[in-house]
Design a protein around this ligand. Structure first.
Ligand SMILES: O=C(O)c1cc(=O)[nH]c(=O)n1[C@@H]1O[C@H](COP(=O)(O)O)[C@@H](O)[C@H]1O
Length: 241
């Protein structure tokens, strides 16, 4: 077991996968910005928009705006600038947009004194070797992840979204400062839902993960704060850092 990667503030990013602001707020009101950060993805952003994101930030939450930008460099750079103006803590793009696009995003954020972290999705966890071959990537998903993570790093981004199972290799290849943001986390004893490759919070820490994206184990719990506390306890066993 290597030393846990140190992070400032909470490691847990609660995925607000809700259809509207009202449903999301009903959960957020039970949480605490000192104990978790929030992830707003496409569904909630399309339904509730930047005004809602601003509301979360005003309540003291760090927000990861998970819109996975993938477009021509100028468009992605402008979208990242708009996210920074909104005041989000983290924003992401698709590594498959290429180094020119990622560099343009990085440069757009450089003008902000307190810029958001900029990370990239390498290969979605929903892909397998067959679906990658279909889009012209003739390599195993893990090899594609490692190759794209190298490009992300060389483009000056802060890190990647990846499966915790890829974390140990990426940590070894990319060093201690490269952020690893991992979904597919399930506390011991929790239901798997539709996640096929899951990792416990404690194992994720051992594998070198910085941040864990956790949705249903918290959002669908009868007592979300108690569910969060249980995960914190599991992480605590490995050193909270
Ligand atoms: O980008 C993501 O956050 C993401 C990438 C990925 O490859 N797999 C994945 O599950 N996610 C997201 O992580 C969250 C996981 O939610 P739960 O499965 O409910 O914990 C959801 O918001 C997913 O959209």
């Amino acid at each position: 077991m290597s030393q846990p990667i140190a992070v400032d503030g909470p490691r847990i990013l609660v995925a607000l996968d809700f259809p509207d602001a009202q449903a999301a707020l009903a959960l957020v009101e039970q949480l605490d910005p000192a104990r978790c950060r929030l992830k707003v993805g496409k569904e909630l952003f399309v339904a509730a928009g930047p005004v809602f994101v601003r509301q979360l930030i005003d309540q003291g939450y760090d927000v990861f705006l998970d819109l996975k930008f993938h477009d021509i460099p100028n468009t992605v750079a402008s979208a990242c600038r708009a996210a920074a103006e909104l005041g989000v803590w983290m924003v992401n793009v698709h590594a498959l947009g290429g180094s020119k696009m990622m560099r343009a995003a990085r440069e757009a954020l450089a003008e902000f004194p307190n810029r958001p972290l900029l990370i990239a999705v390498t290969v979605l966890t929903s892909h397998d070797a067959e679906s990658l071959a279909e889009i012209g990537l003739q390599e195993a998903p893990a090899a594609a992840v490692a190759r794209l993570a190298r490009l992300v790093d060389a483009s000056g981004l802060d890190g990647v979204v990846c499966s915790a199972r890829e974390a140990a290799l990426l940590r070894e290849q990319r060093g201690p400062d490269f952020k690893l943001v991992c979904p597919g986390i399930r506390p011991s004893g929790a239901v798997q839902d539709d996640q096929s490759r899951i990792t416990t919070p404690a194992d994720a820490i051992d594998l070198g993960v910085d941040y864990m994206v956790i949705g249903r184990p918290i959002t669908r719990a009868t007592d979300p704060l108690a569910a969060l506390a249980k995960i914190e306890k599991e992480i605590g066993k490995r050193g909270k850092a």
